[in-house]
Design a protein. Structure first.
Length: 433
């Protein structure tokens, strides 16, 4: 009897294949998910029993050299243990048996694996694999449906219409075929029914719940974009809540490094902001739940929504969202001496901007640190232009839990219109506020 699965691990990622013969399990890891670089070991199988998860943990830590404290932060009792996740659901796994049944995700141009695929993340929190720039992954949301706008109930809108389009403008039939849904999920549509996909594509297809399309923009930093994460009505609702009490819109603050304490905020940031509680309305609660499922985290790990308004020529100079413990000794206990931090940023665009207002990543493409933290127009870095309903997701931490210095980013000056946006910060532990 033979079984196999693939696993991604570590500060960059690796992959593993397990085979169970009559008397042993063979673990084969592929560093950085590249098959040419392998680490392999075997564990005995006693009778019909697979190795225990604790046995796997001990062996993995030994053979893969997983560090107890890669940042030399000390206080290792505060560091999270590495964990294993199912790629498709982003949920943690706790046994070798679960790993054998774990399902792979959907990557455009690649066949999905129906069992035996798992991710091991050294920092203990789920992270999407970047794969390569331009790679497209389909993300299934089963418990937190996307918001819909009037006239765009896509689940019922396209049956029998060969020209019907997806919510991001692409053709339904082509989308079904390009992701391989027809062969993988013949006879079922993404809402669990077969009629819509059968009539549109004559192939069945898809997912439970409306899927999201995750496109890789950068590997360093690990950056993605998702079109239509927010509906038009959800964007308008959040802006309306922010405008209800104008006294709540105040000068945006910054978290000053130790050497910047006492300096004027406006030299770095000129926007206005307000905080919106995650329970502020039914719509906001629904989005909060969506963020949790999408990121594979708990709602307790989210900060409140920081709603931002950028008027003409307003900006935010280059900065990190995570707290590098080397520069925040004054608040070192609040970030567990470096072991607690902002894992990811989901940046929401809630208006269209025709000129300016881009989000700039000046250290993308392997570029060095910029000499001018305020420069946008001539920067060779990666720029993302605002589009209403779109979000970008980037990871502020590497998979081993250390701060990714390449996640440096800035908000370029708005040159036309008003930019409404929002930060949704997700921590690697319960945020606690």
């Amino acid at each position: 009897m033979k079984r196999s699965f693939w696993v991604t691990i570590s500060a960059v990622s690796a992959a593993v294949r397990l085979q169970t013969a009559s008397m042993e399990c063979i673990f084969r890891f592929f560093k950085d998910s590249v098959q040419g670089s392998t680490v392999e070991w075997t564990l005995d199988v006693h009778g019909e029993s697979l190795p225990s998860y604790s046995t796997l943990q001990q062996a993995a830590e030994f053979h893969l050299g997983i560090s107890e404290d890669p940042g030399n932060y000390g206080h290792v009792h505060l560091r999270q243990q590495w964990r294993t996740f199912e790629p498709r659901t982003r949920r943690p796994l706790s046994s070798v048996q679960e790993m054998l049944g774990s399902r792979g995700g959907f990557v455009k141009g690649h066949a999905s694996v129906s069992s035996g695929v798992a991710f091991i993340i050294e920092g203990g929190q789920f992270m999407y694999p970047g794969i390569k720039v331009g790679a497209t992954q389909l993300i299934e949301l089963t418990n937190s449906p996307l918001g819909t706008d009037a006239g765009t109930d896509h689940c019922s809108d396209y049956p029998g219409r060969s020209g019907a389009v997806w919510f991001d403008g692409t053709n339904h039939c082509e989308r079904y075929k390009s992701f391989g849904w027809c062969t993988l999920y013949g006879g079922t549509d993404y809402n669990g029914e077969g009629t819509a996909a059968d009539k549109c594509c004559a192939c069945g297809g898809g997912m439970k719940g409306r899927p999201l399309t995750l496109e890789t923009l950068s590997l360093q930093p690990l950056l993605f974009k998702v079109q239509n994460f927010l509906s038009t009505s959800e964007c308008d609702h959040i802006i309306e809540l922010a405008q209800k009490d104008k006294a709540m819109l105040k000068q945006s603050p910054v978290s000053r490094m130790d050497h910047d304490i006492g300096k004027e905020v406006k030299q770095w940031r000129t926007s206005s902001q307000m905080w919106l509680r995650n329970s502020a309305s039914k719509v906001v609660k629904q989005i909060t739940k969506r963020v949790s499922e999408f990121t594979g985290t708990e709602t307790s790990q989210q900060e409140a929504i920081q709603v931002l308004r950028y008027n003409n020529k307003q900006f935010y100079s280059a900065h990190l969202d995570a707290f590098d413990p080397a520069f925040y000794q004054g608040r070192i206990k609040s970030i567990d001496y470096g072991h607690k931090n902002r894992l990811a940023t989901l940046f929401w665009y809630m208006t269209n901007i025709t000129k300016g207002g881009e989000t700039l990543f000046p250290k993308a493409y392997g570029l060095p640190s910029p000499r001018d933290m305020w420069e946008c127009e001539t920067s060779p870095g990666l720029k993302v232009s605002p589009r209403k309903g779109m979000i970008i997701l980037w990871y502020n931490l590497l998979p081993n839990g250390l701060v990714d210095l390449r996640s440096l980013h800035s908000g370029c000056p708005v040159l036309e219109g008003t930019k409404w946006s929002a930060n949704k910060w997700v921590w690697n532990k319960a945020a606690g506020f």
